[in-house]
Write a protein that binds this ligand. Structure first.
Ligand SMILES: N[C@@H](CCC(=O)N[C@@H](CS)C(=O)NCC(=O)O)C(=O)O
Length: 247
């Protein structure tokens, strides 16, 4: 049995759900609600000592980190391959996965925090935050996190997200136009899977105009979001974070 510890509206979790759905693998979920800090409860820290989702469990063994999980799934269940066979195309695929980790993931965080997450996390009292964050695996971050949750939404941080996302999408436009139709070339791969959850989040943040003048990205978004697996893996409405506020 494949078990996934995940939060429906976390995009690292979406990345793994999409890989599972593309491969047609049945899985059982354990929902770890990040908006209630369930990732920092001792029960989950025993599963993932970093206190991050997702974590995969298979045959009694745990695998953390979304990109590592997806490669593991592709090794363990090779029937529907999601990595190109050609070594150069495979290297390009990994470079696009790194682009997601280093650029897209980092770019989107300030907007998600300020426009969506603060609506929930800002409601906790100082005492509640002290209790919920008490076992944080990176204790040096606690003071900063508390300050971040409590501060009013910051338009400059949202603007930073918008600029960084625009740069990341421009890079994708160039890559797709030169060697598409998928990020690693001819075949749909873990590279497309890594970037897919960003599309959902950008739409939810009301920033889809970022790719309106990028024809190759626009076409990639259309093909990607039409895939049945994308719809199955996307966050369920009842588990979504609140709609983004407008600043
Ligand atoms: N590199 C990790 C990142 C995991 C990560 O940061 N997960 C977020 C949700 S997308 C999380 O658990 N955040 C909770 C926290 O930072 O306390 C991966 O790809 O799995």
């Amino acid at each position: 049995m494949i078990e996934l510890y995940h939060f429906w509206d976390s995009f690292c979790s979406f990345k793994v759900r999409l890989c599972l759905e593309e491969k047609g693998l049945a899985w059982t979920g354990h929902h770890v609600d990040l908006m209630k800090f369930e990732n920092l409860a001792s029960a989950y820290l025993a599963v993932n000592p970093r206190g991050l989702v997702p974590t995969l469990k298979l045959e009694g063994r745990l695998v953390p980190e979304s990109s590592i999980i997806n490669e593991f799934l592709d090794d363990r269940f090779p029937e529907v391959p999601l990595r190109p066979a050609d070594p150069y195309a495979r290297a390009r695929m990994r470079d696009w996965v790194k682009h997601e980790e280093d650029e897209l993931f980092v770019a989107i965080r300030p907007a998600s925090l300020n426009l969506m997450m603060k609506q929930v996390l800002g409601r906790f009292s100082e005492a509640e935050l002290d209790r919920l964050l008490a076992h944080h695996p990176r204790p040096h971050q606690i003071a900063l996190l508390k300050k971040m949750f409590k501060e009013p939404p910051d338009p400059a941080a949202v603007e930073r997200s918008r600029k960084a996302l625009a740069a990341a999408f421009a890079k994708m436009e160039k890559g797709l136009a030169e060697a598409g139709p998928w990020l690693a070339g001819a075949s749909f791969s873990l590279a497309d899977i890594a970037a897919a959850p960003v599309i959902d989040r950008v739409e939810r943040l009301g920033m889809a105009a970022l790719w309106s003048s990028l024809p190759a990205v626009k076409d990639w978004v259309r093909r990607l979001t039409a895939r049945p697996a994308y719809r199955k893996a996307a966050p369920k409405d009842e588990f979504r974070m609140p709609a983004a506020i407008r600043l």
